[in-house]
Design a protein around this ligand. Structure first.
Ligand SMILES: *Cc1c(COP(=O)(O)O)cnc(C)c1O
Length: 469
């Protein structure tokens, strides 16, 4: 299997080559040349597998340059008991009626990013060792990506991590989780700006090809293909747990920021997984909801991006959206390149002529959840079921309820545990979100972080001094 760029300007490359890259040289994103198809018989044969074995099956469809027994070893290590807090790795937790939570937050950082990142940590170390080389990961995070990357790569050989985060815009828990890591290969850079400005610095560094080559820069942010591929696994897992036989339909509701998580759902659906609807939930930063409502994609400026109580979705430009648009325009790379050029020049593009397909062909439905909705949802779920949910998950529960179909299971992706956003949980319910036992002493641990102005030059200087070479 080879990978190409959504904008057409990259020679076909195998998985291990795109694994270590960020954006394609033409500014596009890597995608498989053809999407593997999974038959109903194949799905039934996977019903008895545990999570790690299912992951090897699904990832094996996308990775043909790593021997199968090695891939099995990598998924067994990534999804080992002891890393995830549930024996199922991803538990299905009934909420009410046909609605359940798909528990993606049992990993070390209590958010769904661990699902992909734990695999990425394994496969990075494997490929780097095979090639006898090193890599300096540069990333931007609005909270959960950064900590998941750091926990997956801490202490790994041949890799250093330089993680930019928006200074003062993460929760105390998120800060404590990231900044308390003392591993020498982990570098936290708190940038005085919003997430998108952090992301712009990462893009500027990746676009400086000389610097990128000299310091062997790589990426683990949400555009990384291996992450998207690893996320596809839990849509299959969720479907297998929520159904009893072939052809049964399941819907998924996904709280969305960068369009990463739900892109994996779209790909699973395109691979033949019987998904009825993909319910996309945004917070007040509703660029994606607006697109699915109007067909116009109109990213906002950093200044127009609200700081909300579901902060991991405070994103104005959805970095993975280009991969979905590629499918939407009939996998026409020239058209994608033209749309993104227009985006750069005019700040928006209009695909409203394709709007009739959004739901009928691709199953997408979108909705917004605001701070008041979030509080109300957290409170009512707690009152009705005794279950505390985090603010991001609440956004998806709220929008899912607007599209519930009495005959179809609705799996809401639980993207974080409530303790990560304890202030909002208290505001909504008066309850103190429970802290998992192994994290009781986290708030008191010493923190290690470099605060800096929003300037790509300063970040470069820091990398020059601390890179793994
Ligand atoms: C990252 C994140 C999201 C958004 O996921 P995307 O892949 O960016 O759409 C939602 N909820 C939580 C808790 C997250 O960490």
């Amino acid at each position: 299997m080879k990978y190409r760029s959504t904008r057409g300007g990259m020679n076909p490359l195998p998985f291990s080559d795109i694994l270590l890259e960020g954006l394609a040289p033409d500014g596009g994103l890597a995608l498989p040349e053809t999407l593997p198809q999974v038959s109903a018989e194949q799905l039934e044969a996977w019903r008895a597998l545990d999570y790690a074995s299912l992951a090897a099956e699904v990832l094996g469809l996308f990775i043909d340059d790593i021997p199968r027994e090695d891939l099995n070893r990598l998924t067994q290590a990534a999804y080992a008991p002891g890393i995830f807090d549930s024996p199922d790795v991803v538990p299905l937790k009934p909420l009410y009626g046909k609605t359940s939570l798909l528990g993606l937050s049992q990993g070390p950082t209590l958010a769904f990013k661990d699902m992909a990142m734990q695999f990425l940590g394994q496969v990075f170390e494997y490929v780097l060792a095979k090639r006898g080389t090193t890599l300096n990961i540069v990333g931007a995070t609005s909270g959960d990506t950064g900590s998941a990357a750091e926990y997956a790569l801490r202490g790994k050989k041949g890799v250093a991590v330089f993680m930019l985060s928006p200074h003062g815009r993460m929760s105390d828990f998120q800060r404590a989780q990231m900044y308390s890591l003392q591993d020498a290969n982990i570098h936290n850079l708190a940038v005085k700006g919003v997430f998108d400005e952090c992301q712009d610095i990462v893009k500027a560094l990746a676009g400086d090809l000389e610097f990128k080559a000299a310091y062997r820069l790589g990426a683990v942010n949400s555009i990384n293909w291996a992450r998207i591929a690893a996320q596809i696994v839990y849509y299959f897992w969720g479907w297998l747990r929520a159904t009893t036989g072939p052809g049964q339909q399941v819907s998924f509701a996904v709280p969305t920021g960068n369009f990463g998580n739900i892109l994996s759902g779209h790909l699973a659906r395109e691979m033949g997984l019987p998904i009825a609807k993909l319910v996309l939930a945004t917070n007040e930063n509703n660029v994606l909801e607006e697109f699915f409502r109007t067909g116009v994609y109109r990213p906002r400026s950093a200044a127009q991006t609200h700081a909300t109580s579901s902060p991991s979705m405070d994103i104005s430009r959805a970095s993975n959206f280009e991969r979905f648009v590629f499918d939407l325009v009939g996998r026409d790379a020239g058209k994608v390149a033209q749309l993104w050029k227009q985006l750069e020049q005019q700040g928006e593009f209009d695909l409203s002529e394709l709007k009739p397909q959004f739901e009928s062909r691709y199953g997408f439905i979108a909705g917004i959840s605001t701070h008041q909705d979030r509080l109300k949802t957290i409170r009512s779920v707690y009152d009705d079921t005794g279950v505390l949910i985090d603010p991001h998950t609440a956004d998806a529960v709220k929008v899912a309820a607007e599209h519930a179909d009495p005959d179809t299971p609705m799996l809401v992706l639980e993207t974080a545990l409530p303790v990560k956003f304890a202030d909002t949980i208290r505001e909504a319910t008066g309850q103190i979100a429970p802290v998992p036992e192994h994290l009781q002493d986290l708030p008191g641990l010493p923190q290690r972080v470099q605060v800096m102005a929003c300037d790509a030059g300063l970040v470069k200087d820091y990398i020059r001094q601390h890179a793994e070479l």
